[in-house]
Design a protein around this ligand. Sequence first.
Ligand code: NAP
Length: 251
Amino acid sequence: MASFVNKVVVVTGATSGIGRETAVRFAAAGARVVATGRSQERLAEVAGVVDLALTLDVTDDTSVAIATAAVLDRYGGVDVVVNNAGIGLFSAWEDTDIAAIARVMDVNFYGAVRVARAFLPSLIDRKGVLLQVASVAGRRGYARHTAYCASKHALIGWSESVRHDLAGTGASVVVVCPPAVRTPFFENAGYHTFDEDHPGLVTMTPGAVADGVLDAAHRRPDRVILSPRARALDVLNFVSPRLLRVVQGFK
Ligand SMILES: NC(=O)c1ccc[n+]([C@@H]2O[C@H](COP(=O)([O-])OP(=O)(O)OC[C@H]3O[C@@H](n4cnc5c(N)ncnc54)[C@H](OP(=O)(O)O)[C@@H]3O)[C@@H](O)[C@H]2O)c1
């Protein structure tokens, strides 16, 4: 495991799933971890294993400003920001109105951009790394996931553009694309038939994703797709989106 001794690491959405495992693993690797989220109960649970547990709602400018100021006051700067907070929405396109799309965009896209904009000056100062937890759903479309896929495509587009803007600064932007992961995410998204719809699918554990996030923070590739199967499907989609749809049964 790479060492992150005394590095200051901020993780959004660290009260559950991938974010919590990522916070725990960075702490185990010696980092001074700031775990953030909205749920006070779940923040209290993670507080014991990290340096600081902080309320941060990524949809709220004031909340982001207060949390950023608290982190910079306490540590003087940040080395790693993991933009992980996110929500899904399992919904047919005709049931997904603009307000529903806006709610998903506000967390997954504008929320991530709010947090990135708040911490980028410090990341540039410290030649740090911004890890954007996107998804394989930011690389192609999935049935009944219009809002979610749009938000993750937007996040990848923003991230790949800001990487160009940061050229020569020493700061890095890494796009992390997990495939399906066993967390409360699908239930929270209203996708109660995920297992029935994907019989036999081997999902990743949040711990394995977190290991991938730490490795990416260390190596700083531009993009990492976190399973051999997902990488193969990504290539197939690049070559022929139609063939991929046939292979996947139009899911
Ligand atoms: N699970 C998957 O299959 C999968 C696959 C690919 C990518 N991803 C991405 O991985 C990330 C984490 O997902 P997960 O599977 O770990 O889901 P999860 O277990 O449902 O956790 C989501 C986290 O996001 C936080 N969050 C939600 N809204 C927020 C807001 N407005 N402000 C701040 N935090 C907020 C939640 O914390 P609070 O409720 O305490 O705020 C929670 O800690 C997401 O970006 C998701 O899109 C997941």
